[in-house]
Ligand binder design. Structure first.
Ligand code: FES
Ligand SMILES: [Fe+2]
Length: 356
């Protein structure tokens, strides 16, 4: 089967608070098919090792932190934070191969990023732009969700927001205008920028009670999507103005960022980490909390749709699918991903997969 994961990429392993200094804070993840264990050293530095002891494949995530090191609690082999074995109980010699793969790991914007490819190519500048929940001037609320789907279906989902009309009828969408969007796309070396406006729409269901009856909004969606599946959106809502192109001439009501990353665990599941919230200057009581909670609801709606879809796509993987206009964004984003995967595998990039 063709490789479906890009190796030379930073994958999010969660929010920084998920791996803390507690004795038992040894966190197991599966990232792009590889088991990873995360823990912090006493100085706070993050360690990412393969979660698989080289002796008998015990889970190192069932191990014990000892200073900077991690001890396998099956037969007691102890590994340094660089993966080198420093102790084998009952013997003095340590075989050269008795080591664990160590992954480059960086914390940025309150996310933990693990590089799953060649360590020599682990350039922190390739970590996606985002706005962390600790960012001054913003009130982003964080959450996470596990979804039993293939991450490519998540890419399709996030690269085509026409589904807001249908999947998110009661939460973050509903207005028929979302089903009519004609986004502007710009392919980037590692992703896709997308921008579109919807004009004169009702406030979405989750927040509609906060606005006077009859309120109409102009909303700008400005998205940076990068591989493997990082999705960062500036979402601004204005009272509906008269502009039909470009910036709204209405009054800015909420200025928000939502920062989302979908990490494939394997071919059949993903871990999704996300945030949403307002700028200080457009915050009003409870709004950021409401937006954060609304994402949990909205992504449960996506989860139901994506999991049922995944079951069907696995049942009939070779069934020919039809394309519609809204597939342009997903087609472009998947084209960029597949091009990078092919290049990594030494293949020549082709135009295959470009839909528009
Ligand atoms: S399996 Fe880890 S020490 Fe034996
Ligand atoms: Fe959605």
């Amino acid at each position: 089967m063709a490789e479906i994961f890009l190796k030379n990429a930073w994958y999010c392993a969660g929010w920084d608070h998920m791996v803390h200094q507690g004795r038992k804070s040894i966190v197991a993840r599966k990232i792009a098919g590889v088991r990873v264990v995360l823990y912090r050293k006493p100085d706070g530095g993050m360690v990412a090792l393969e979660d698989r002891c080289p002796h008998r494949q015990a889970a190192l995530s069932l191990g014990r932190k000892e200073g900077d090191s991690l001890r396998c609690m099956y037969h007691g082999m102890k590994f340094r934070s660089d993966g080198v074995c420093e102790e084998i109980p009952g013997q003095d010699t340590i075989p050269e191969k008795a080591c664990v793969r160590a992954f480059p790991v960086v914390e940025k914007d309150n996310w933990i990023w693990v590089w799953m490819g060649d360590p020599a190519k682990a350039d922190p500048n390739l970590i996606c732009f985002s706005v962390g929940p600790g960012e001054k001037g913003w009130n982003l609320k964080t959450s996470q969700m596990h979804v039993e789907t293939n991450y490519r279906w998540e890419i399709e989902n996030l690269a085509d927001l026409s589904h807001l009309t249908w999947v998110h009828e009661k939460t973050v969408g509903g207005d028929p205008a979302y089903g009519q969007i004609r986004p502007k796309y710009q392919i980037t070396p590692r992703g896709l920028n997308t921008i579109f406006w919807v004009r004169s729409v009702d406030p979405t269901g989750a927040v509609s009670h906060l606005f006077p009856p009859g309120t109409k909004l102009d909303i700008c969606f400005d998205i940076q999507h990068t591989v493997p599946c990082n999705w960062i959106m500036r979402f601004r809502a204005f009272t509906a103005g008269t502009a039909t192109e470009g910036e709204s001439n209405g009054k800015l009501v909420v200025d928000t960022w939502t920062c989302q990353t979908v990490t494939p665990c394997d071919e059949d599941s993903v871990d999704y980490y996300y945030s949403w919230g307002c700028s200080d200057s457009t915050e009003f009581p409870g709004m950021s909390n409401l937006l954060g909670g609304t994402l949990d609801e909205a992504f449960t709606e996506d989860k139901i749709m994506l999991e049922a879809q995944h079951v069907r796509r696995k049942e009939e993987p070779n069934r020919k699918l039809i394309n519609i206009g809204h597939d342009a964004g997903p087609g472009k984003m998947l084209w960029v991903l597949d091009k990078l995967i092919r290049e990594e595998a030494g293949g020549m990039p082709t135009q295959q997969g470009v839909t528009a």
